[in-house]
Design a protein around this ligand. Structure first.
Ligand SMILES: NC(=O)c1ccc[n+]([C@@H]2O[C@H](COP(=O)([O-])OP(=O)(O)OC[C@H]3O[C@@H](n4cnc5c(N)ncnc54)[C@H](O)[C@@H]3O)[C@@H](O)[C@H]2O)c1
Length: 309
């Protein structure tokens, strides 16, 4: 059995062609973990993966919804009560998902929360629940995903993706912790894509903007619609996730969810994670140097560089 990675070294080779349909034959039989899959876009994606023949394990705090889903989709979806802020909960999630000889092919770190920041009043210790959930929780998911991926044969595709946000590109005043948390996930993708390919692991970022879900109150959603906000479709988030799961040629990309008036598939490549437009020569040069001098590899037996003893 080959131990050579089927994923090439990361380099920019143009945007993902979003007009290529998902190869559903690649979804059939996959084992997929989705955090935050009991509601919203995670649930829509879970249902789609199941329709296309995958087995889905959902880790979510919403026990009522999770158990209802498991009962409805008996034998095709397993629900595990899991708060992604808890390392132990996530270990149990991965244990349950990979049990019965199933292993794991696709991990979707999707759970996340949002809230406006409040700068009024006297200084009080900020509530960093958003950071703990969106950043720490996703880092735990990533750590466990890479562990389980690496236990499997190299010829089994290994796809990790995160639900970030378009706020990792556009300013979103009054939402500091949330915006910073999604930038952090984009940062994770940017650094990991340069070495995870050695382990056959693909990492990609999904950037929805406005999608109807329980993340906002119905009143706030109506307010936004009255202001003319164009919402993307949760169904298109599911298509984007399936594309990232099925297409082994995609590594190190950010795909944004857009209204169908912008792209009829509802998603497209952000095309802003590489300094290739000829406009930012300094960044391009520094990037080239960085990739040349940092020799850290993600291979067994290759020592990482030490900054300070
Ligand atoms: N809805 C949008 O407009 C929008 C836009 C950009 C990004 N996003 C991102 O999409 C992802 C999914 O959001 P959604 O809109 O479907 O929201 P949602 O509230 O409908 O669903 C989120 C799910 O995550 C679960 N969850 C929350 N905290 C959790 C935790 N600590 N541990 C485990 N599960 C937890 C919830 O119980 C829920 O089932 C989030 O990461 C969110 O930041 C949403």
């Amino acid at each position: 059995m080959s131990t050579k990675s089927p994923v090439p070294r990361y380099s920019w080779n143009g945007p993902v062609d979003h007009t290529i349909p998902v190869d559903k034959s690649k979804i059939k039989g996959k084992s997929v973990i989705i955090t935050g899959g009991a509601n919203g876009m995670g649930e829509v994606a879970a249902r789609r993966f199941i329709i296309d023949g995958a087995f889905v394990t959902v880790g979510d705090m919403d026990v009522k919804r999770g158990e209802a889903l498991e009962a409805e989709l008996k034998g095709r979806l397993k629900f595990v009560k899991c708060n992604i802020k808890s390392w132990e909960d996530q270990v149990a999630l991965f244990d349950a998902a990979t049990g019965e000889g199933r292993g794991v092919d696709v991990v979707i770190a999707n759970a996340g929360i949002s809230r406006s920041s409040d700068p009024s009043g006297p200084p009080t210790k900020p509530d960093l629940n958003i950071v703990e959930t969106n950043v720490n929780g996703t880092f735990y998911t990533f750590k466990l995903a890479t562990h389980y991926f690496r236990k499997q044969p190299m010829d089994r595709d290994r796809s990790f993706m995160m639900t970030g946000s378009l706020t990792a590109w556009i300013d979103s005043p009054g939402n500091w912790e949330y915006t910073a948390s999604k930038y952090a996930l984009r940062g994770l993708m940017r650094t990991v894509r340069c070495s995870s390919w050695e382990q056959g692991i693909r990492i990609n970022f999904i950037g929805p903007n406005y999608i109807k879900s329980a993340i906002r109150t119905p009143e706030y959603e109506k307010y936004l619609m009255d202001l003319g906000v164009r919402f993307g479709e949760a169904e298109d988030v599911a298509s984007c996730m399936e594309r990232l799961a099925a297409d082994q040629s995609i590594n190190g990309h950010s795909l944004m969810i857009v209204p169908r008036a912008v792209a009829k598939e509802g998603y497209m490549d952000v095309q802003d994670d590489d300094h290739v437009d000829g406009k930012r020569e300094y960044f391009a040069g520094e990037q080239a140097i960085q990739l040349n001098i940092i020799k850290d590899q993600w291979l067994d037996g290759v020592p990482t560089q030490i900054y300070k003893r």
